[in-house]
Design a protein around this ligand. Structure first.
Ligand SMILES: *Cc1c(COP(=O)(O)O)cnc(C)c1O
Length: 240
Protein backbone atom coordinates (compact mmCIF):
# COMPACT_ATOMS: atom_id res chain seq x y z
CA UNK A 1 0.00 0.00 0.00
CA UNK A 2 2.37 2.69 -1.14
CA UNK A 3 -0.17 4.92 -2.84
CA UNK A 4 -1.19 6.96 0.22
CA UNK A 5 2.44 7.86 0.78
CA UNK A 6 2.81 9.06 -2.78
CA UNK A 7 -0.34 11.14 -2.50
CA UNK A 8 0.96 12.58 0.73
CA UNK A 9 4.26 13.62 -0.87
CA UNK A 10 2.43 15.14 -3.78
CA UNK A 11 0.21 17.20 -1.51
CA UNK A 12 3.19 18.34 0.47
CA UNK A 13 4.75 19.68 -2.70
CA UNK A 14 1.63 21.77 -3.34
CA UNK A 15 2.03 23.85 -0.20
CA UNK A 16 2.12 27.63 -0.06
CA UNK A 17 5.76 27.40 1.04
CA UNK A 18 6.52 25.11 -1.91
CA UNK A 19 4.70 27.39 -4.32
CA UNK A 20 6.68 30.39 -3.10
CA UNK A 21 9.93 28.48 -3.45
CA UNK A 22 9.13 27.60 -7.07
CA UNK A 23 7.99 31.15 -7.75
CA UNK A 24 11.22 32.55 -6.31
CA UNK A 25 13.22 30.34 -8.68
CA UNK A 26 11.30 31.70 -11.66
CA UNK A 27 11.66 35.29 -10.44
CA UNK A 28 15.42 34.86 -9.94
CA UNK A 29 15.80 33.26 -13.38
CA UNK A 30 13.98 36.16 -15.04
CA UNK A 31 16.01 38.70 -13.05
CA UNK A 32 19.21 37.03 -14.28
CA UNK A 33 17.95 37.08 -17.85
CA UNK A 34 16.84 40.72 -17.61
CA UNK A 35 20.00 41.74 -15.71
CA UNK A 36 18.01 42.98 -12.75
CA UNK A 37 18.54 42.58 -9.02
CA UNK A 38 16.05 40.39 -7.17
CA UNK A 39 16.04 42.76 -4.20
CA UNK A 40 14.59 45.66 -6.18
CA UNK A 41 11.37 43.66 -6.64
CA UNK A 42 8.75 43.10 -3.94
CA UNK A 43 6.69 39.93 -4.10
CA UNK A 44 3.16 40.65 -2.92
CA UNK A 45 0.83 37.82 -1.98
CA UNK A 46 -2.63 38.56 -3.34
CA UNK A 47 -4.75 37.07 -0.58
CA UNK A 48 -8.31 37.84 -1.71
CA UNK A 49 -10.59 34.88 -0.91
CA UNK A 50 -7.66 33.17 0.85
CA UNK A 51 -8.13 32.01 4.47
CA UNK A 52 -5.89 33.44 7.19
CA UNK A 53 -4.07 30.15 7.87
CA UNK A 54 -2.68 30.17 4.31
CA UNK A 55 -1.85 33.88 4.56
CA UNK A 56 0.10 33.05 7.70
CA UNK A 57 1.91 30.28 5.84
CA UNK A 58 2.97 32.82 3.21
CA UNK A 59 4.11 35.17 5.99
CA UNK A 60 6.23 32.38 7.46
CA UNK A 61 7.79 31.92 4.02
CA UNK A 62 8.87 35.55 4.04
CA UNK A 63 6.00 37.40 2.33
CA UNK A 64 5.42 40.73 4.06
CA UNK A 65 3.12 42.50 1.63
CA UNK A 66 -0.45 41.37 0.99
CA UNK A 67 -3.05 42.55 -1.49
CA UNK A 68 -6.79 42.44 -0.95
CA UNK A 69 -9.49 43.49 -3.37
CA UNK A 70 -12.34 44.26 -0.96
CA UNK A 71 -12.30 46.52 2.07
CA UNK A 72 -14.88 44.60 4.08
CA UNK A 73 -13.33 41.18 3.47
CA UNK A 74 -9.86 42.47 4.38
CA UNK A 75 -11.03 44.07 7.62
CA UNK A 76 -13.04 41.10 8.82
CA UNK A 77 -10.43 38.55 7.86
CA UNK A 78 -7.21 40.35 8.72
CA UNK A 79 -7.78 42.64 11.69
CA UNK A 80 -6.39 40.17 14.25
CA UNK A 81 -3.60 39.02 11.93
CA UNK A 82 -2.63 42.65 11.32
CA UNK A 83 -2.21 43.50 14.99
CA UNK A 84 -0.18 40.32 15.57
CA UNK A 85 2.17 40.94 12.61
CA UNK A 86 3.27 44.55 12.78
CA UNK A 87 5.77 44.22 9.92
CA UNK A 88 3.15 42.98 7.45
CA UNK A 89 1.77 45.53 4.99
CA UNK A 90 -1.65 45.55 3.38
CA UNK A 91 -2.56 47.07 0.03
CA UNK A 92 -5.95 47.53 -1.53
CA UNK A 93 -5.76 46.42 -5.16
CA UNK A 94 -9.45 46.27 -6.05
CA UNK A 95 -11.64 49.11 -7.15
CA UNK A 96 -12.76 51.31 -4.26
CA UNK A 97 -16.26 52.67 -3.79
CA UNK A 98 -16.61 56.13 -2.37
CA UNK A 99 -18.62 55.00 0.66
CA UNK A 100 -15.78 52.60 1.63
CA UNK A 101 -13.03 55.23 1.40
CA UNK A 102 -12.96 55.97 5.11
CA UNK A 103 -12.68 52.31 6.12
CA UNK A 104 -10.02 51.79 3.46
CA UNK A 105 -8.01 54.83 4.59
CA UNK A 106 -7.95 53.52 8.14
CA UNK A 107 -7.18 49.87 7.43
CA UNK A 108 -4.72 49.80 4.53
CA UNK A 109 -1.12 50.98 4.27
CA UNK A 110 -1.51 51.63 0.56
CA UNK A 111 -4.29 52.08 -1.98
CA UNK A 112 -2.99 50.79 -5.32
CA UNK A 113 -6.30 51.16 -7.10
CA UNK A 114 -6.69 54.94 -7.00
CA UNK A 115 -8.39 55.30 -10.37
CA UNK A 116 -10.24 58.63 -10.31
CA UNK A 117 -9.85 62.08 -8.78
CA UNK A 118 -12.97 61.78 -6.70
CA UNK A 119 -11.61 58.81 -4.75
CA UNK A 120 -8.29 60.59 -4.07
CA UNK A 121 -10.16 63.57 -2.60
CA UNK A 122 -12.22 61.21 -0.48
CA UNK A 123 -9.13 59.34 0.79
CA UNK A 124 -7.41 62.63 1.64
CA UNK A 125 -10.43 63.65 3.66
CA UNK A 126 -10.27 60.54 5.81
CA UNK A 127 -6.52 60.16 6.21
CA UNK A 128 -5.80 62.80 8.90
CA UNK A 129 -6.75 60.22 11.54
CA UNK A 130 -3.79 58.10 10.45
CA UNK A 131 -0.35 58.16 12.06
CA UNK A 132 1.54 57.65 8.80
CA UNK A 133 0.51 59.14 5.46
CA UNK A 134 -1.62 56.83 3.33
CA UNK A 135 0.35 55.54 0.36
CA UNK A 136 -1.31 56.00 -3.00
CA UNK A 137 -0.61 54.35 -6.33
CA UNK A 138 -2.35 55.60 -9.43
CA UNK A 139 -3.93 52.97 -11.63
CA UNK A 140 -3.43 53.40 -15.35
CA UNK A 141 -5.80 51.83 -17.84
CA UNK A 142 -3.52 50.08 -20.33
CA UNK A 143 -5.56 47.15 -21.58
CA UNK A 144 -9.13 46.10 -22.09
CA UNK A 145 -9.16 43.87 -19.02
CA UNK A 146 -11.19 46.24 -16.85
CA UNK A 147 -12.52 49.72 -17.38
CA UNK A 148 -10.69 50.88 -14.25
CA UNK A 149 -7.83 53.30 -14.24
CA UNK A 150 -6.88 56.74 -15.49
CA UNK A 151 -7.11 56.88 -19.26
CA UNK A 152 -3.99 58.84 -20.21
CA UNK A 153 -0.93 60.72 -19.02
CA UNK A 154 -2.73 64.04 -18.59
CA UNK A 155 -5.25 62.46 -16.25
CA UNK A 156 -2.33 60.91 -14.35
CA UNK A 157 -0.56 64.28 -14.03
CA UNK A 158 -3.69 65.83 -12.61
CA UNK A 159 -4.20 62.97 -10.16
CA UNK A 160 -0.54 63.06 -9.11
CA UNK A 161 -0.92 66.77 -8.34
CA UNK A 162 -3.92 66.01 -6.16
CA UNK A 163 -2.03 63.37 -4.19
CA UNK A 164 1.09 65.52 -3.84
CA UNK A 165 -1.04 68.41 -2.60
CA UNK A 166 -2.34 66.43 0.35
CA UNK A 167 -0.18 66.19 3.45
CA UNK A 168 -1.66 62.90 4.56
CA UNK A 169 -1.26 61.15 1.21
CA UNK A 170 2.02 59.91 -0.24
CA UNK A 171 2.43 59.14 -3.94
CA UNK A 172 4.36 55.85 -4.08
CA UNK A 173 3.72 54.28 -7.44
CA UNK A 174 1.74 53.35 -10.51
CA UNK A 175 -0.29 50.22 -11.05
CA UNK A 176 -1.79 48.47 -14.05
CA UNK A 177 -3.43 45.24 -15.10
CA UNK A 178 -2.43 43.87 -18.48
CA UNK A 179 -5.11 42.36 -20.70
CA UNK A 180 -5.76 38.68 -20.07
CA UNK A 181 -4.53 37.23 -23.34
CA UNK A 182 -2.01 34.79 -24.79
CA UNK A 183 -0.69 37.63 -26.96
CA UNK A 184 2.53 38.51 -25.15
CA UNK A 185 3.12 41.55 -27.36
CA UNK A 186 -0.09 43.10 -26.05
CA UNK A 187 0.86 42.34 -22.46
CA UNK A 188 4.33 43.80 -22.97
CA UNK A 189 2.91 46.93 -24.54
CA UNK A 190 0.66 47.42 -21.54
CA UNK A 191 3.63 47.21 -19.13
CA UNK A 192 5.69 49.55 -21.33
CA UNK A 193 2.94 52.15 -21.16
CA UNK A 194 3.10 52.05 -17.37
CA UNK A 195 6.91 52.31 -17.29
CA UNK A 196 6.80 55.24 -19.67
CA UNK A 197 4.11 56.98 -17.58
CA UNK A 198 6.34 56.49 -14.53
CA UNK A 199 9.23 58.20 -16.35
CA UNK A 200 6.98 61.11 -17.35
CA UNK A 201 5.66 61.62 -13.83
CA UNK A 202 9.10 61.41 -12.23
CA UNK A 203 10.32 64.02 -14.70
CA UNK A 204 7.40 66.34 -14.07
CA UNK A 205 7.43 65.94 -10.29
CA UNK A 206 11.11 65.47 -9.40
CA UNK A 207 11.99 63.82 -6.11
CA UNK A 208 9.24 61.23 -6.26
CA UNK A 209 10.65 57.78 -6.98
CA UNK A 210 7.71 55.63 -8.02
CA UNK A 211 7.17 51.92 -7.74
CA UNK A 212 5.81 49.99 -10.75
CA UNK A 213 3.12 47.56 -9.62
CA UNK A 214 2.65 45.21 -12.55
CA UNK A 215 2.75 41.47 -13.15
CA UNK A 216 0.37 38.73 -11.98
CA UNK A 217 0.66 34.92 -11.94
CA UNK A 218 0.30 34.57 -15.69
CA UNK A 219 2.44 37.49 -16.84
CA UNK A 220 4.98 38.38 -14.13
CA UNK A 221 8.00 37.31 -16.16
CA UNK A 222 7.20 39.86 -18.87
CA UNK A 223 6.55 42.43 -16.13
CA UNK A 224 10.00 41.86 -14.64
CA UNK A 225 11.58 42.27 -18.06
CA UNK A 226 9.71 45.57 -18.43
CA UNK A 227 10.83 46.95 -15.06
CA UNK A 228 8.23 45.89 -12.51
CA UNK A 229 9.20 46.54 -8.89
CA UNK A 230 6.11 44.98 -7.32
CA UNK A 231 4.57 41.69 -8.43
CA UNK A 232 0.97 41.00 -7.40
CA UNK A 233 0.75 37.21 -7.27
CA UNK A 234 -2.34 35.31 -6.16
CA UNK A 235 -2.94 31.90 -7.71
CA UNK A 236 0.72 30.95 -8.17
CA UNK A 237 1.14 31.26 -4.39
CA UNK A 238 -2.19 30.14 -2.98
CA UNK A 239 -3.63 27.69 -5.54
CA UNK A 240 -3.04 24.18 -6.98
C1 LIG B 1 -6.52 38.97 -8.31
C2 LIG B 1 -5.56 40.04 -8.67
C3 LIG B 1 -4.19 39.75 -8.83
C4 LIG B 1 -3.60 38.36 -8.72
O1 LIG B 1 -3.96 37.59 -9.79
P1 LIG B 1 -3.36 36.11 -10.00
O2 LIG B 1 -3.58 35.85 -11.44
O3 LIG B 1 -4.13 35.21 -9.11
O4 LIG B 1 -1.92 36.16 -9.65
C5 LIG B 1 -3.36 40.83 -9.11
N1 LIG B 1 -3.82 42.10 -9.25
C6 LIG B 1 -5.14 42.39 -9.12
C7 LIG B 1 -5.58 43.80 -9.29
C8 LIG B 1 -6.05 41.37 -8.84
O5 LIG B 1 -7.35 41.67 -8.73
Amino acid sequence: MHYPLIICDYRKEMSVAGNIEKLEERIQKTCDYARRKRDEITLMGVSKFVPVNLIDEAYRSGIRCFGESRVKEAEEKLNAFKSGHSDARFHLIGSLQRNKAKQAALFFDCIQSADRDEIIVELAKHSPQRKEPLEIMLELHTGEETKNGFQNIDALFKAAELVLGSEKLKLTGLMTMAPFTADTALIRSSFRQLASARDDIEKRFPGNALCLSMGMSNDFEIAIEEGSTLLRIGSAIFKD
